[in-house]
Ligand binder design. Sequence first.
Ligand code: SF4
Length: 326
Amino acid sequence: MQHHLPLITASRVRAFQRCPRYHHIRYNLGYRTTERAAPLAFGSLFHRALEAWWTAADGPRIEAALEQLDREVDSDPYDLARAQALIEGYDIRWSDAGLTPELVEATFELPLTNPQTGAASRTYRLAGKVDAIVRSGPQLWLLEHKTTSETITPGSAYWAKLRMDNQVSMYLNGAEALGRPVSGCIYDVIGKPTLRPYKATPPEVRKYKKDGSLYANQREEDETPEAYLSRLRWDISENPDRYYQRAEVVRIGDELQEFDWELWQTARAIRDAEIAARHPRNPNACFQWQRPCDYFDVCSGSASLDDVSRFVHETDPHPELQEEHQ
Ligand code: SF4
């Protein structure tokens, strides 16, 4: 087996599908931004709390998760409040769900195979990191955490889209490569709080009543992280279904084959772009997720990848496979 081959990961596939130029800068040239966008910073903060919850060896899991958050001293205090409220609600919702972790954050590598011939690619290998493999009675399941700002109630568009997620077929094979063949995947979906901390009303628009107090919808000071935490806890306890959903997805043969083809074709397209040294831009993706792409200023000509205050060059294009936390 050729273990030195470049790796294809689910993130790399998504990057190429999003924009070939983005993929080129990130994976071929190896540049990342020095700053992580706020939603990503919160996502990885919460992911670390979740990992601590799942790996807690003994004692209440919530304590391990909160201890992890206590160590995150450099994080934004409002992000910490959101992560705390969310992991506390997660603990209440799922600690008695009967799932026992067998593996947490395990990295796998396996051949990329041609779905027609079954032959292994001589150009790429597949790699990824499963969130967890859990036991439920006699069966093992892959458990994948997803955090999203979208509506996650059953029947929503989010679940329909998740059924097309080609990551899961790769991960089902990954579980087998880790010696834990699974019955399917449990998606553990967590809705990100959309409540924002209250901000002080700008002085120039403040209106006072006769008794000198401010009008009810105005405030003199920003909401404190503690008050924000209480408000989030209340909202989560009132609407748990909006924040926590799980569903089992069992892939049938045809679906798996379709995913294998999608993966193979995308890998070929990545290779073709590399050979042609052409990496088209996709302007429709520049403002995906309501924020500019990390490389927007580079593509639009107002910044350079050589600017070390903004971009860092990495020799390993897949640091998330090595890091303890994703
Ligand atoms: S700014 Fe737009 S064109 Fe450039 S890499 Fe990002 S998504 Fe692609």
